[in-house]
Design a protein around this ligand. Structure first.
Ligand code: S3P
Length: 169
């Protein structure tokens, strides 16, 4: 166990915005797996999906976890929404640190991402329907992966951060 705080959850659950605030509070640096991959590949996530396909991106996510296990200590790690769906990533996440699942409703996600064009999986005619279907499939996996579940809908950043801080020791 590497003493990192890991944030998992659906797209738009607030992993990045909670992660940044948490990093100020705890004076830890933050790593985002999407950004890590984008820097390494010198491409955006959308470009990777378009040019190489989703499976290639999923392999990059696993590679990212393996690298972080070697290097990341006492950091906050915000993880792409689909990463926990790969079975082999579960043990890697556990090895990397304490896993917090930021649980959100489909309605909140929709409100946050409806104008977003950077998430290839939501560039469909009916994003709300896609969010519901994906979330139904993913929620049990996120729960199985998590050490701590944090309900985020309707809570302030302050409340969320305090809950994570309380449970991080
Ligand atoms: C994805 C979530 C995205 C990004 C990619 C795929 C997913 O990350 O990894 O678009 O499958 O849920 P965020 O959860 O940070 O949006």
């Amino acid at each position: 166990m590497k003493d990192n705080i890991i944030l998992i959850g659906f797209m738009g659950c607030g992993k990045s915005s909670v992660g940044i605030r948490l990093s100020y509070r705890l004076r830890r640096t933050i790593i985002d797996t999407d950004q890590w991959i984008e820097q390494k590949q010198k491409k955006t996530v959308s470009e990777i999906f378009e040019e190489s396909g989703e499976e290639a991106f999923r392999c990059m996510e696993t590679e990212c976890l393996r690298e972080l296990i070697k290097t990341a200590r006492r950091q906050i790690i915000s993880v792409g929404g689909g990463l926990p769906m790969r079975k082999e990533n579960h043990a890697l996440l556990k090895e990397l640190g304490r896993v917090f699942y930021l649980k959100v409703t489909p309605e909140t996600v929709y409100e946050r991402v409806k104008n977003d064009t950077t998430r290839p999986l939501l560039q469909v005619e009916d994003p709300m329907e896609r969010i519901r279907t994906l979330m139904e499939k993913r929620a049990p996996v996120y729960e199985a992966c998590a050490d701590v579940i944090v309900e985020v809908s309707g809570k302030s950043f302050e409340e969320i951060i305090e809950e994570i801080e309380r449970n991080s020791k």
